[in-house]
Design a protein around this ligand. Structure first.
Ligand SMILES: N[C@@H](CCC(=O)N[C@@H](CS)C(=O)NCC(=O)O)C(=O)O
Length: 203
């Protein structure tokens, strides 16, 4: 059985949503980020991680999501499977991994971005992070446009990934209401049965 290594309020929710959508047997192990015991399994101490039926470790959210798409192709969570369709999905995943997620790092872990420890230095990093986060939220909003999902009208792993991270905007002074397409998307995702099952599991 697949086992997902998970921590609440993290990007690991994306994989949990995909597992709920797929409705395949899975176990969820809650871990503490950076925990030395967990590092014995996943050396970076980060989530998500997953082990397959043979205990093989897999990491990196986008790679795990693509793995699930490839393992369960009938569920069509990866787009239309054409050359162009595959490219668009990969472009979305690269944006989410390479631009969207890192924009939040200085917000959540400002101390990692300075050797100074005074409050003003930390506050300055958090303020700067708001600008980067605004940029990626605007881009998410633009990419969604009037569509229901990131790939248009078809639900995909990119939506699970975007949902898991865009909810972090709740912690910011510029709320999700400033990004109307993203707000509409988030509301629709919250009404999705699989998303609700994942959120229940998280709680
Ligand atoms: N490149 C990794 C990054 C995963 C990541 O940063 N996960 C966060 C939670 S959203 C984490 O585990 N943070 C703990 C840490 O940075 O030590 C991926 O895409 O899966």
């Amino acid at each position: 059985m697949l086992t997902l290594y998970f921590a609440p309020h993290t990007c690991a929710l994306s994989v949990l949503i995909a597992l709920k959508w797929l409705d395949v047997p899975h176990k969820v192990e809650k871990v503490k980020l950076g925990d030395p015991e967990y590092r014995k399994l996943a050396p970076l101490g980060m989530v998500p991680a997953m082990t397959d039926e043979h205990g093989k470790l897999m990491t990196q959210a986008a790679a795990l999501l693509k793995y699930l798409v490839n393992k369960y192709p009938a569920a069509k969570l990866g787009g239309d499977g054409t050359l162009d369709g595959n490219y668009v999905l990969d472009e979305k995943l690269a944006f989410l991994t390479g631009d969207f997620h890192p924009a939040f790092w200085p917000f959540f872990s400002p101390k990692r971005f300075t050797v100074k420890e005074d409050e003003a230095s930390i506050a300055a990093i958090k303020s700067a992070s708001h600008i980067r986060i605004d940029r990626v939220m605007l881009e998410l909003d633009r990419q969604l446009g009037n569509n229901a999902y990131l790939l248009g009208q078809q639900r995909s792993i990119a939506d699970a990934y975007a949902f898991a991270m865009a909810r972090w905007a709740d912690y910011l002074p510029k709320t999700i209401s400033h990004y109307p397409n993203a707000q509409r998307f988030m509301q629709a995702m919250q009404e999705d049965e699989g998303v609700q099952a994942a959120l229940k599991h998280e709680a």
